[in-house]
Ligand binder design. Structure first.
Ligand code: 0RA
Length: 639
């Protein structure tokens, strides 16, 4: 009888795991690189749960040489005892049944459980081999699975005085398109988890290479997160403002700090998941902030005779904040399930922010003064920007047509077929105009450098002539989406925006200025992949009648080696686009059949923000360090 039941239950779990193997994307999002990395997060999340329950403070991740992964923790260890109802060991149950986790731990709620909340059984199903060692009751238990199917019952293989869980798995190459892990991608998430779960030590060790190891542990939690995000910014007050509290069975943790930049940088998490589409916790925070600061302003009559209206966005200028909530029944909404739906959270966060931030403002008048001054300046600038935008629009209407005079437009009108080259200087612009295919390629020559938007408020940005010209040419308008005159990607006139600058220091600077502008004021263009960087050749190598264009030094060395027998080899180094004639420029850099374009991507918002602040911000020292550190390594700035 019991044997029969055992078999019945085993078959049931096999069927469950079979479903995972048949439709892996339904459980882990995709079978691409993101799904692959998700396997690691799924296992780590279980260890994090153990840490949140107060039983674990160390998690170690190893990427092995054969692309298998070990995650170990010093928690209680997955229970191994025989589970009467299910007729198998608890360990087998956890590793072979979907959503088995809740069956054991009724007392403490499961918090992380991954983006899709599927548990380690999915990792097991999608691994060609998974081995687990449990350190518990002074024994070491061992069990092995192949594609989710146990090889044998759980065995005792030794004794120990430690406790914990060690899971080693090798993702199944029949399932995943790529089985190669990225140290940087894993590191980024593990660092984030260490910020979000203060006091937990998380390490990652890459055995594929010799020097790659990180240890993350942040006793300061979210406060350390803010300091990391704002490492290169100048704060308005020395310490981040931090609160944390448990209310109505919801754990809230908020850290915030104002800096002297004009960028708003708010990250929200629910149960350790980065809710990039925000949701209830984020909207509660924003409402609370607006209500609290506005109350403070009117109570202390700080606007005096200033007739300006302060909006929410003014109160968030130069604000870096992290909001983390942990709750027992998170509802994740939206296509990517990255928006917190539990509407009750909004009111709780709002009233919490009003209470504690209100108290902070009262108790710290000198900090409050700086914050309020900044808010008022932002409102004044926003109003000035609106007027500048109106003037700019009236001017283009009067100019007729609304396209800048310097733009050599293309004849094709379908944006999907069109591209625009933003070119440094009039001479290169001239060559580009002659070399282009005028049916679908437009040329916009820039004179000199555009404004560094990292150091300018919105009103200045909008009044800058070269920026106005770029905005007019693109056709998208400019500014926050919320106001109806703002940026609208559907009006974009060219599917590809190609930055084409000289391969020298000035060219790199102009490129970075343009990228900073797009990143800060038209981030959608970068998110949607519309922005490209042209790659002009660095050298022309000639021998007799044979000519080769070369795009980097390695390529040059290869050709020189290949041609080592020949005499009369000449090498021409191109310092500027202007040194090429129109035909050469077209062949090497503009013609879609022969050119190389670099697509600018934003894979990591946090890193991108840090890089731009560093390159373009006020602080000189970190910039110098970055350039020194990377001068020899970086060929292309990928943000
Ligand atoms: C079920 C119940 C208990 C702990 C765990 C699972 C557990 C799972 C994982 C996965 C990775 N590390 C883990 N650590 C613990 C509670 C055990 C008890 O009550 O002693």
């Amino acid at each position: 009888m019991s044997n029969q039941q055992y078999t019945a239950n085993s078959i049931k779990s096999l069927k469950g795991l079979d479903a995972v193997r048949k439709r892996p994307a339904m459980y882990i999002g995709s079978t691409g690189s993101s799904g692959l990395h998700h396997l690691v997060y799924e296992v780590v999340d279980n260890s994090i749960d153990e840490a949140l329950a107060g039983f674990c403070n160390r998690i170690d991740v190893i990427i092995h040489g054969d692309e298998s992964i070990t995650v170990s923790d010093n928690g209680r260890g997955i229970p191994v005892d025989y589970h009467n109802e299910e007729k198998m060991s608890a360990l087998q149950l956890v590793l072979t049944t979907l959503h088995a986790g809740g069956k054991f731990d009724n007392s403490s709620y499961k918090v992380s459980g991954g983006l899709h909340g599927v548990g380690v059984s999915c990792v097991n199903a999608l691994s060609s081999v998974l081995q687990v060692e449990i350190f518990r009751d002074n024994k070491i238990y061992f069990m092995e699975f192949k594609r989710g199917v146990p090889n044998d019952d759980v065995k005792i293989i030794g004794s120990t005085d430690l406790t914990g869980t060690k899971i080693k798995f090798k993702p199944d190459s029949d399932i995943f398109e790529s089985v190669s892990f990225s140290f940087d991608v894993l590191s980024k998430r593990l660092r984030e988890l260490a910020f979000l779960n203060k006091g937990v030590t998380i390490t990652i060790n890459d055995e594929r290479s010799e020097e790659k190891f990180h240890e993350f542990c942040y006793p300061g939690g979210l406060s350390s997160f803010i300091s990391y995000l704002d490492e290169n910014k100048t704060p308005l007050h020395s310490e981040p403002i931090c609160f944390n509290q448990s209310r109505d069975n919801i754990e809230l943790e908020i850290a915030m700090q104002y800096n002297d930049s004009y960028t708003e940088n708010i990250f929200s998490f629910a149960n350790n998941i980065n809710t990039i589409d925000g949701g209830a916790h984020l909207s509660g925070f924003k409402k609370g902030l607006t209500r609290c600061i506005n109350t403070y302003i009117s109570k202390n009559n700080l606007l005096k005779n200033n007739k300006v209206e302060i909006k929410g966005e003014d109160l968030r200028e130069g604000l870096t904040a992290v909001i983390s909530v942990k709750l027992s029944n998170p509802q994740f909404e939206g296509q990517t399930k990255t928006k917190l739906g539990n509407s009750i959270v909004s009111g709780i966060v709002e009233s919490y922010v009003v209470d504690v931030l209100g108290m902070f403002l009262e108790e710290n008048p000198s900090i409050s003064k700086k914050i309020i001054e900044k808010c008022i300046n932002s409102a004044v600038a926003r109003e000035a920007a609106r007027r500048a935008r109106q003037i700019a629009r009236r001017k283009t209407v009067m100019d007729g047509g609304g396209l800048p005079g310097k733009l050599a437009d293309c004849s094709e009108k379908d944006p999907n077929k069109c591209e625009i080259f933003i070119v440094e200087g009039d001479s290169a612009g001239g060559s580009a105009k002659m070399g282009r295919d005028r049916t679908f390629q437009a040329i916009l020559p820039l004179k000199g450098k555009i404004l560094n938007v990292e150091k300018a408020r919105i009103d200045k940005v909008i009044s800058h002539e070269e920026i106005q010209i770029i905005v007019q040419a693109l056709g998208t308008g400019f500014g926050k989406n919320v106001d109806d005159e703002g940026f609208d990607i559907s009006k974009l006139r060219y599917n590809k925006i190609i930055i084409m600058t000289d391969a020298d220091v000035d060219g790199a600077h102009i490129r970075t200025l343009l990228l900073t502008f797009f990143f800060r004021h038209m981030p959608e263009l970068i998110e949607k992949g519309n922005v490209y960087i042209a790659q002009p050749p660095l050298y022309k190598i000639k021998s007799g009648s044979e000519e080769r264009y070369v795009f980097n030094d390695e390529e040059k060395d290869l050709i020189l080696k290949e041609w080592s027998e020949r005499k009369n080899i000449s090498i021409q180094r191109y310092k500027g686009l202007g040194e090429m004639n129109p035909e050469q420029l077209a062949d090497t850099t503009m013609n879609p059949d022969t050119r190389i374009l670099l697509n600018v991507k934003m894979e990591d918002v946090v890193e991108a923000d840090r890089v731009f602040t560093m390159l373009m911000g006020e602080e000189v020292e970190p910039r110098r360090r970055f350039i020194e550190n990377n001068a020899t390594k970086v060929k292309n700035l990928d943000i």
